[in-house]
Write a new protein. Structure first.
Length: 262
């Protein structure tokens, strides 16, 4: 399944308006960045993990899409563990490395927060079709049509961009110039792809302008983008997850508002 062209399954999440998915992800993200504590992030992650079962993604697909987040979370936690603010008992001290009770707690909170923010955003983005997203941005949020259509065209060209890179690589190897000097080959091939992309983008912009995509008049859409009960349910679930995470964190005394950090 491709991010640009997701396979629609029987799961209801695919039919939810992309605008609602973006709002739900934004709501969770804004709530979790308000506090640096492991309780709120952990509670949110547990509740989100239960909801992931209804996302319609297989385990392999989920792990592949979430791989950057799964790598970034422990990396951020390790960095915080070694170089975080020292407080409490000291377990290891060497040069700039200072592992203490405070750095351990902060490292756990950082890792959980990266997972709690990144994983739902990835899951929701995978189930978004670019055309549906463009319809929602234009019809629900009323963003300028030139911006929306330009973004849609750019997303549609991502797959072609990757194919061009493979074609350039095969062509260079066929001419005997792609077997050595990986770093030099990467930059020269990247420059060739940049030139090709600029030319294609210029042609596409001219074609879209000629077909009236740049018109300032009222635009019609082939499909209506509406917000219904599914969208309301998704946003309500995001609100519930955020509220439960905040309430549990505050009630246990772990809430650590970022504004109180000196």
């Amino acid at each position: 399944m491709s991010i640009l062209n997701p396979v629609r399954g029987s799961q209801a999440v695919y039919a939810i308006n992309p605008v609602a998915k973006l709002l739900a992800a934004l709501l969770l993200s804004l709530t979790l960045v308000l506090s640096i504590d492991w309780v709120s992030a952990g509670v949110a992650l547990v509740l989100e993990s239960v909801l992931f079962l209804w996302a319609g993604l297989g385990l392999r697909t989920f792990l592949l899409r979430a791989l950057p987040v799964l790598i970034a979370a422990p990396a951020a936690a390790l960095t915080t563990l070694l170089y975080g603010r020292p407080s409490g008992q000291v377990y290891l001290q060497f040069a700039l490395v200072n592992v203490t009770d405070g750095s351990i707690e902060l490292a756990v909170a950082t890792g959980l927060r990266v997972l709690a923010i990144g994983l739902p955003a990835i899951v929701l983005f995978v189930t978004i079709d670019p055309t549906d997203l463009a319809d929602g941005l234009a019809q629900v949020l009323h963003l300028p049509s030139r911006f929306v259509l330009g973004g849609l065209a750019g997303l549609r060209l991502v797959g072609l961009f990757l194919e061009d890179w493979r074609s350039l690589e095969l062509a260079r190897r066929a001419r005997g110039v792609g077997d050595s000097g990986r770093l030099r080959r990467f930059f020269s091939q990247g420059f060739a792809l940049l030139v090709l992309s600029i030319r294609r983008g210029s042609k596409l912009a001219t074609a879209m302008e000629a077909r009236g995509f740049g018109s300032s008049g009222a635009r019609t859409y082939a499909r209506a983008s509406v917000m219904g009960w599914r969208e309301a349910l998704l946003i309500a679930l995001a609100v519930v997850v955020a509220l439960v995470a905040v309430v549990v964190s505050v009630s246990t005394g772990h809430w650590n508002f970022i504004g109180s950090q000196s």
